[in-house]
Design a protein around this ligand. Structure first.
Ligand code: AMP
Length: 296
C-alpha cells in the first residue's frame, strides 16, 4: 500500500492507474469496522481503492472536538493495508489548505476563500446543531474528488445527511462520480460504530444503545400502523429520555429525500436522532419505506 502525503503523489498514482476503475473512501481515520466495510465494498467494486485520512478542520466549529478527535495513524495504516487498500492519502493541513492561500481578515483567519454550500440540506437536522459543518464537508469532499478523480465514492448511512448532501453536490456540479451508500455497521448490542465512541465512559457506553433501541421501537410502531410523525418523534424522544445520561439534541421524522417535515408518514421516511453522552455527541438513523406512499 502506498502512503501519500501530497496531492502531487495522489495525482501521479491516478495517472499511472489509467483506465482502471478507482473507488474512493473519504475518512477522518481512527478506523473501525464501519470504515473497513466501506473499503471492502470499494475493493469489491473497483480495480483500485484510495482512502483519505484527514481530520478536516473546516467542518469543526471552534467549540467542537477537533483537537481531541482520536488519532492513531500506525493502527489505521495497518488496518487499511489489511483490507487491501492501494493508496492511503494522509495530508496535513498545510497540504490541504496552503498557508499562502488563507485569506487574512480582521475576523480571524479562514482556511481558504472558496466554500461549497449545498443549500437547504445543510440547515436542518445536523445542520441546525452544527451550522457551518456541511459547508466544511462539501468543500473538502469536492477538493478530494478533484484530487483523487474516483469513479465511485463510498459513504456510510450512519451519516445519512452527509451522503445525501454529497449526492446533491455531485448532481448539481455534474461531477463524474457514482456515490454509493453503505449500511450502518453496529456493535453486537446495536450501537452504531463511531470513532467518537472512545469518548464514552462504561456507564455512558451502556446507555448509548438507547439511540438504536429508540429507532427500533419507532420502526416497530410504523410497522404496526402508526402514521403520525409527531407520535413517532415523541416515541423517539421519550425512549431516549429514559436513559439518565442521555442529553437529547434532536429526534426527527422527515422525508428521506428532502429532509422536510412530514405530518403523515408516506414513502421513504428518515428517523434521525442525535444525543450527547458526556463528551460524546452521537448520531444514528433508520430509513423506513412506509407502505402506501410514493416510493414505497
Ligand atoms: P468518519 O471517519 O467518521 O468521517 O467516517 C468516514 C466514513 O465512514 C463516512 O462515510 C461515514 O458515514 C462512514 N461510517 C462511519 N461510521 C460508520 C458505520 N458505523 N457504519 C458504516 N459507515 C460508517
Amino acid at each position: 500500500m502506498i502512503v501519500a502525503r501530497t496531492i502531487a503523489e495522489v495525482r501521479s498514482f491516478r495517472r499511472e492507474v489509467g483506465a482502471a476503475s478507482v473507488g474512493f473512501v473519504p475518512t477522518m481515520g481512527y478506523f473501525h469496522e464501519g470504515h473497513l466495510e466501506l473499503m471492502r465494498r470499494s475493493r469489491a467494486e473497483n480495480e483500485r481503492t484510495v482512502v483519505s485520512l484527514y481530520v478536516n478542520p473546516l467542518q469543526f466549529a471552534p467549540h467542537e472536538d477537533l483537537a481531541a478527535y482520536p488519532r492513531d495513524f500506525e493502527r489505521d495504516r495497518s488496518l487499511a493495508e489489511g483490507v487491501g487498500v492501494d493508496l492511503l492519502f494522509a495530508p496535513d493541513d498545510d497540504e490541504m489548505y496552503p498557508p499562502a492561500l488563507r485569506p487574512k481578515e480582521a475576523a480571524g483567519e479562514r482556511l481558504q476563500a472558496t466554500v461549497v454550500r449545498v443549500e437547504g440540506l445543510n440547515s436542518v437536522l445536523e445542520g441546525r446543531s452544527r451550522p457551518t459543518h456541511f459547508d466544511g464537508v462539501a468543500t473538502v469532499v469536492l477538493k478530494l474528488f478533484h484530487i483523487v478523480s474516483p469513479d465511485r465514492a463510498y459513504f456510510g448511512q450512519k451519516d445519512y445527511q452527509q451522503a445525501l448532501l454529497v449526492r446533491r453536490m455531485v448532481a448539481d456540479l455534474d461531477l463524474p462520480v457514482d456515490v454509493r451508500v453503505v449500511p450502518t455497521v453496529r456493535e453486537p448490542d446495536g450501537l452504531a460504530m463511531s470513532s467518537r465512541n472512545v469518548y464514552l465512559t462504561p456507564e455512558e457506553r451502556a446507555q448509548a444503545t438507547v439511540l438504536h433501541r429508540a429507532l427500533r421501537s419507532a420502526v416497530a410502531a410504523i410497522a404496526a400502523g402508526e402514521r403520525d410523525a409527531a407520535a413517532v418523534a415523541r416515541l423517539l424522544r421519550e425512549t431516549i429520555a429514559s436513559e439518565p445520561l442521555a442529553r437529547l439534541d434532536y429526534a426527527e421524522v422527515v422525508d428521506a429525500e428532502t429532509l422536510s417535515p412530514l405530518p403523515r408518514l408516506a414513502g421513504r421516511v428518515l428517523l434521525a436522532v442525535a444525543a450527547r453522552f458526556g463528551r460524546a455527541r452521537l448520531i444514528d438513523n433508520e430509513v423506513v419505506a412506509v407502505p402506501g406512499g410514493p416510493g414505497a
